[in-house]
Design a protein around this ligand. Structure first.
Ligand code: BTN
Length: 255
C-alpha cells in the first residue's frame, strides 16, 4: 500500500516530502501563500526542528520515527464561527485512524484535540486558520502522530506511540493512506452540511465525557462533569453546585 495508489480525490494527492524543516505548518503556510498549492496538499517532514504545539508550546518528535505533517484546507463553506468543525473532523479522523491500526486499544480525544491511546498522549493537532474579514480563507491542519518511537524521555510515562502499544512497526504511507481517506470523507461530510455526524463521533471518543473529574482554572481546583463542548469549541463543565462554566483552551487544566 502506498499514497501513490491513494483513493482520495484531493487530500494527499500532492505530497511534499522533506527531510528537515522548522515546522510543516509554517512551511505549508509559506508555500500556500505563493498560490502554488491546491486544497488537500500535504507537507510531511522526517524531522521538525521547531515543531509547534498548542498554546505556544513546542512539539518534539524523534526524527524519522513519527508522522509530522500538515494538510492545506480551504473551508470557505464554513463561517468564522464554525472554526471548531475542522478541529473536530481532524481529531476524529486521526483517532479513528489509530483505532483501525490498534483495534484492541482505547483511542480517545482529549479536549480540544489531543489523541490518547489507553489514556496516554500519542498525537496532537494544531490547526492554524487565516481569515480575510468575515471570510475563512485557509486552514493548515497540522497532525503529529507518535508512530514508531519507543522511548519518551522526560514524559513521566504520559506519552506513548502506536508501536509502543502494539509491539509492531508501522509504515508511514500506510497510516497516511487511511488518515487521508478518513479525513477527506469527514471533510466532505462537513461540506454537505452534516457536521452533527462528525460531532457525534467526536463525543463518542471524548475523554472524560459525562464523567466526574478534577480540573483547575489556575486559581482553584474543583470537581466537575464534562458536560459538553460548545459549537465554538469551548469546554463546558458542570460544577458540583449545578453551575455550568465554559472555558477556552488556556483557561482550564485537566488534573
Ligand atoms: C499539540 O500540542 O498537541 C499539538 C501538536 C501538533 C504537532 C504537529 S506536527 C505537524 C505540524 N507541524 C507543527 O509544527 N505542528 C504540527
Amino acid at each position: 500500500m502506498g499514497t501513490k495508489g491513494s483513493q482520495t480525490l484531493f487530500i494527499g494527492r500532492r505530497i511534499v516530502r522533506l527531510d528537515r524543516v522548522d515546522s510543516t505548518n509554517s512551511f505549508l503556510n509559506g508555500m500556500a501563500a505563493t498560490g502554488a498549492l491546491s486544497e488537500g496538499a500535504v507537507v510531511i517532514a522526517a524531522e521538525q526542528y521547531a515543531g509547534k504545539g498548542q498554546r505556544g508550546a513546542s512539539w518534539y518528535a524523534e526524527p524519522g520515527a513519527n508522522i509530522t505533517l500538515s494538510v492545506l484546507l480551504t473551508p470557505t463553506f464554513l463561517s468564522v464561527k464554525e472554526q471548531f468543525r475542522i478541529s473536530e473532523a481532524v481529531a476524529v479522523t486521526t483517532a479513528e485512524t489509530l483505532a483501525e491500526f490498534l483495534p484492541d486499544s482505547d483511542i480517545q480525544i482529549k479536549w480540544p484535540n489531543d489523541i490518547l491511546i489507553n489514556g496516554k498522549k500519542s498525537g496532537g493537532i494544531l490547526i492554524e486558520n487565516s481569515f480575510k474579514g468575515a471570510v475563512w480563507m485557509q486552514s493548515i491542519a497540522g497532525i503529529g502522530i507518535n508512530v514508531n518511537q519507543l522511548e519518551f524521555p522526560g514524559d513521566l510515562n504520559t506519552a506513548t506511540s502506536m508501536a509502543k502499544v502494539s509491539g509492531e512497526k508501522y509504515v508511514f504511507d500506510e497510516v497516511m493512506e487511511v488518515l487521508f481517506g478518513k479525513l477527506e470523507a469527514a471533510y466532505l461530510t462537513l461540506r454537505a452540511g452534516k457536521s452533527d455526524e462528525i460531532r457525534s463521533r467526536y463525543f463518542q471518543r471524548l475523554y472524560r465525557y459525562n464523567k466526574s473529574a478534577v480540573y483547575t482554572d489556575f486559581k482553584s481546583v474543583f470537581t466537575a462533569t464534562l458536560h459538553d463542548v460548545s459549537s465554538e469549541g469551548r469546554l463546558v463543565l458542570m460544577l458540583e453546585t449545578g453551575e455550568e462554566r465554559q472555558f477556552d483552551v488556556k483557561e482550564v487544566g485537566f488534573i
